[in-house]
Write a protein that binds this ligand. Sequence first.
Ligand SMILES: [Mg+2]
Length: 294
Amino acid sequence: MRVLIADDTVLMRTMLSEQVASYGHDVILARDGREALNLAQAESFDIAIIDWEMPRLSGLEVCWLLKADPRTAYSYLILMTSHDEPFYEMKALDAGADDFIHKPVNRAHLKARLKAGGRITEMHRLLVAQAQTDPLTGVANRRALLDRAGEEIRRAQRARQPLSLLIADIDHFKRINDSRGHAAGDEALQRFVRTLDGALRPGDLIGRYGGEEFVVLLPNTALADASVVAERLRQRVASQEMGPDGDSFRMTASFGVAPVAPDAPGGIDDALRTADAALYRAKAEGRNRVVPSP
Ligand SMILES: [Mg+2]
C-alpha cells in the first residue's frame, strides 16, 4: 500500500515511516496539514495517518477536506492524537476519520489498524473496478466510459488537441443469438472486443455502450485519422473467423465516426448523437462500412 504520514515533528515522522516501511508499504511524508492535503490530492495513496495537532491545517481539518473531495472521499484516514478522552475520538470520526490512534503510538496497535484499513481499501478497490467494468467483455461499462470521456474532453481542451470517437456496432447480431444461441452470442461479443482492442493504439479507450454497441474514444485524433482507425477495425473484424472449428462464421460491423468539440455545451452527448447518426447511415447503406459524420 501507499501510506501517507503527516506529522509536524521529525521524530514522529521518522518513527512512523520506519515502522510502516518495515511492513513493505511505500511511505509519503508530510510536515504539516497543508502539505498533507496537497500531497493527498496530488498523489494516490491508500491509507493516511494524520496527526491532529499540526500547523497550517489541523489533522481534523485535513480529514474534513479529504472526505469532501470526490477524489479522496473513500481513502482510509487514521487520525492520531495524545488526547485520549472519548470526546476527541468522537470528533475525529465525525470529521470523517475512519479510525483513531493514540500517541504515543503503540506498534502493535498501528500494525493492526493498518491491516484493518488495508482490508477496507482492498474491498473498495474491487468494488470500484466492478462498478466500472462490463462483466462480459472486461472493458469499461457505459458509466465509466462517460466519466473517462469527460476527463478526455478536459485534457483535449488543456492540450489543445483534437478528440474523436467512433461507435462500432456488430451487423445482424440478433441473428447470431437467434441461430446459434446466447452462449455463441456472448462469445462473439468477447471476440469482437478482443479484435477491436488488439487493433487500437495505446491511449485509445474502448467501452461497452449498449448491447452490441461499443464506443472508442480516440485522443489526439482528428476526424480523418479517426476514420482511418475505424476502417482498420472494420477490416480486422471482417477478416476474423469466429466460433468453434467446423461451425465458424464471419461477422461484420458498421462504424459511425464523429469529432468531439472540446467546447460543446453538451459535452460528449453531441458527439455520440452525431456518431450514432453516421452509424445509422452505415447500416442503411448496406452495413460493413465506416461512415464519418459530415
Ligand atoms: Mg503535532
